[in-house]
Design a protein around this ligand. Sequence first.
Ligand code: CAP
Ligand code: MG
Length: 436
Amino acid sequence: MASYEDFVDLGYKPNNKDVLASFKVKVPSWETPERAFGAIASESSVGTWSDIDIWAKYPHVKKVAGKVYSIENHGEYFWIKIAYPEDHFEQKNPSQILASIAGNVFGMKAVDSLKLQDIQFTKDIIKQYKGPAFGVNGVRKIFNVTKRPLMLSVAKPKVGMTTEEHAKVGYDIWTGGLDLLKDDENLTNQKFNPFKKRVENTLKMREKAQKVTGEKKSYLINVSAPTVQEMIERANYVKKMGGEYVMIDVITSGWTATNSLREECKDLGLAIHAHRAMHASFTRSNNHGFSMNCVSKLSRLIGVDQLHIGTAYGKLVSPKEEVLQCQNELTQSKTKQNVLEHCFEQDWGKIKPVFPVSSGGLHPGIVDKIFNLLGTNIMIQLGGGVHGHPKGSHAGAVAMRASIEAYLDKISVEEKAKNCPELKEALKTWGHSLPK
Ligand code: CAP
Ligand code: MG
């Protein structure tokens, strides 16, 4: 006989061979909490709804079964913690970790809602993964920029420009003072802006911009593709054409694709920029889904070099605590259980820190808010906040750089604007408004 309740053992003390997961659970009125919690541990590890007499027939299965070891009752909802023996998981397979811990459980009728808040990986699992090839310091070395934030702009309109128009925008923002041009999340290999042509034309413009500015410039080229094979071919092409970066949409492309790209980039020596488009479909709700905290941890484990974590002030929902927690998970060597509730400590071993990227609805009038929240050891991206400048992309880039220099020089943007007409124009256009 094996029931869901068998997967609850409040006397269990997890050890260093257990992967731990914290869940926020709402239990339907017709369900007993203990059965609901047991159902989560069962369905996310070895069991199912019917009594398949696991323990009698297959006693060894217990060795890889999840068990609920902690329950906190908060009235309308509960926080529970589940321990999963690390042998339950295939080595170096992030997708399988999620297929267990973050798979069917979200759809079970035994819960009204379920939010996976955090996963603590064991030392052995951390050792299985490469982590970032470059990390924060390696990326800074690409640009020979040691202190200030790195400045990005994504070409807008997102999609639809011709290759020549796209490359020209790159030239404009690079000569306007920014470090990196970024492809948008949905720009890949469309007829009007084919991938290979875009790489060639834009990197040529990069060379020109480097000569004009005397500064290192680079380009986050989106290699997200119809198949992993094609994505790898695109990454190889970027390398062949002299690029330093590839960009991948980690959620829409998937964790196996991201893992494959990391594997390939080990030999190509390319840094990986991770865009998280689609994440809000499961991170946004406080009660249901898979947290941005877990997205950050998986991205670091697999080894992207840069990841979008939100702004707290821009056009997209990104609560302050979540942004700060993601920054901690990406950059600390030992993450303390701090900003977000029910997060575990995490020892990252030798895994390098990932560059946090703050982006989404930002403009020169509010960059100071981002730095006050996150500090300046970040990447900051302005798309509409550059290309929406009344005098165009080049002026928008000049204004963006000037606003960041103002912050670093500890003067107001108004003060700075006295000697920078492009910044003055940006402030006239957007002031310090928070976009919606
Ligand atoms: C920003 C952006 C990014 C968002 C993604 C966009 O453009 O290019 O994709 O920052 O969100 O398409 O909205 P703007 P996040 O600067 O014009 O807003 O960074 O939160 O993942
Ligand atoms: Mg975008």
